[in-house]
Design a protein around this ligand. Sequence first.
Ligand SMILES: [Zn+2]
Length: 275
Amino acid sequence: MPELPEVEHVVRALSAVVTGRRILAAQLNLKRIAPGISRPAFDRQLRNTVITGVGRRGKFILFKLESGHVLTTHLRMTGKFVSLTTDQSLPPYAHVVFYLDDDRRLVFCDMRQFGRMNIFKDPLRLPKELKTLAPEPLTDDFTEDYFLETLSRSRRPLKHLLLDQTRVLGLGNIYAVEALFLAGVNPMKPANKLSKPRARKLYQAIRDVLQEAIDAGSTLRIDLADGNGSYFETPERFWRVYEREGEPCDRCGTRIKRVVQGGRSTYFCPQCQKR
Ligand SMILES: [Zn+2]
């Protein structure tokens, strides 16, 4: 499943291809991708409008339209966009097709069909699931003060808190455990029991792991022309602790441990992350 850095790469790739393009028609082939909108309404609201930009809020992709509408897309598990010429055949699971004015089609494919699209008429009135998201982690909105305050108000284990997108945005399971390792902080520790100096380290670690993942974008190779498979089945990335149970810690040689928290695996070094 793509995490924030991967979605950021999709946004950048999309932006290069569709910004300034006019949508000539929007064909919703699989109704469940855009619940709450009929097929004709989907087309009507998107047809003949220019895509003025592509942005991101958390893992939501936002297509900004000249009409003032915003089309949101969440890729969930296997959603992906493909950019095709008109004579290329459609890839499998082509659930939504946007016909653009440069003789290309932007196709949304999704094998598992969990991806979702929605259209909002007023960008200032985005739905609750977007409005309740915590500040963007790599912007000035996500301040150290905000993070310290958020920790002090929660007794939940740190790992749980880091995965709660309404508190700290952008960390999925991988980046949460990597950030905790980088900061040398115990994932099971109640958030409000973390000392300020260690909380500051964790704050920096969160930004560092996300930035590092975005900078490592070359390993992601988002290719909008590739209709096969997933964007994200890419060569092995190096993780410090994630999926390294039983392997020696890079820092101290202690074997990495795995525990299950809230149904998901947490990897950590019992020596470096004692407290
Ligand atoms: Zn260690």
